[in-house]
Design a protein around this ligand. Structure first.
Ligand code: UDP
Ligand code: MN
Length: 257
């Protein structure tokens, strides 16, 4: 039987949440043998996400963890340039890792763990690529890091160098969307995503706990195909909601968007 893909998605309430999760549900619904672990950044599981998952044909596990105040309070001490913003989705991804470690012992399940943010764009073929991962597989991520793509440059089946602008001293210069980890590597360690990582080093500091550079397995045509994009959904402006309200034509507050 083919390895099970565990796709971990942190998600938080915003105007485009339902649209983004609907797209991701419909992408993942084409993939067999996949469990979607959705971790809400909230005190309670919300009706919006609960309903969405109940109508989504993907096998899912619904968890929640509210980002702690100490992380929310992180401000840029490097006052000059607004660098990478505050960490997003860290404790939610860790909530999913802890859930996996409670569910399974090492060797109990054949599988791969992938961090699938809710607003990225996924070619279905990226899931075929990651499924046979022995340790950690890698591929480039389109539209990431201020570049056409960010990630590994490979020759045959080894990574030779990285294509990245920021933090070029990283051993692993790759976005969450650009790698997948064999679940036994997760279950063998207590590795978590560190809330103490410098901005831009979060993925690197996680991977450093798991593997060595030479363990990396290039995928996607020796890292020459872009099968995932770090797209970001624009925040919609709700100007006319207020206008119409003031004019005495309020919307139906019962409509879920
Ligand atoms: N996220 C979250 N809580 C937050 C902000 C983001 O759970 O306060 C989730 C978000 O839904 C996404 C992931 O964390 O799945 C990465 O966030 P985002 O896409 O905003 O980051 P960016 O694309 O800007 O790196
Ligand atoms: Mn994003």
């Amino acid at each position: 039987k083919q390895p099970l893909i565990f796709a971990i998605t942190p998600t938080y309430k915003r105007w485009t949440q339902k649209a983004d999760l609907t797209q991701l549900c419909q992408t993942l619904s084409h993939i067999s043998n996949l469990r979607w672990i959705v971790v809400e950044d909230s005190e309670q599981k919300t009706p919006l996400v609960t309903n969405l998952l109940s109508h989504c044909p993907v096998n899912s596990t619904h968890l929640n963890f509210r980002t702690s105040q100490s992380l929310l309070n992180i401000v840029n001490t490097t006052d000059k340039k607004p660098q990478v913003k505050k960490p997003r989705g860290i404790e939610q991804r860790n909530t999913a890792l802890k859930w996996l470690r409670r569910q399974y012992r090492h060797g109990e399940v054949k599988g791969v763990v992938y961090f699938a943010d809710d607003d990225n764009t996924y070619d279905l073929r990226v899931f075929d690529e990651m499924r046979p991962t022995k340790m950690v597989s890698v591929w480039p991520v389109g539209l990431a890091g201020g570049l056409k793509f960010e990630g590994p440059i490979c020759v045959g089946d080894s990574v030779k160098q990285w294509y990245a602008y920021w933090a070029r001293d990283r051993k692993f210069q790759i976005d969450f969307a650009g790698f997948a980890v064999n679940i036994d590597i997760i279950l063998n360690t207590k590795a978590l995503i560190l809330t103490t990582s410098k901005p831009g080093y979060i993925e690197n500091d996680f991977l450093e706990q798991l593997i060595e550079f030479y363990d990396l397995e290039p995928k996607a045509n020796s890292c020459q195909s872009v099968l995932v994009w770090h797209t970001r959904t624009e925040k919609p402006q709700m100007f006319y909601e207020e206008q119409l309200n003031k004019m005495g034509h309020p919307s139906n507050p019962g409509i879920e968007v």
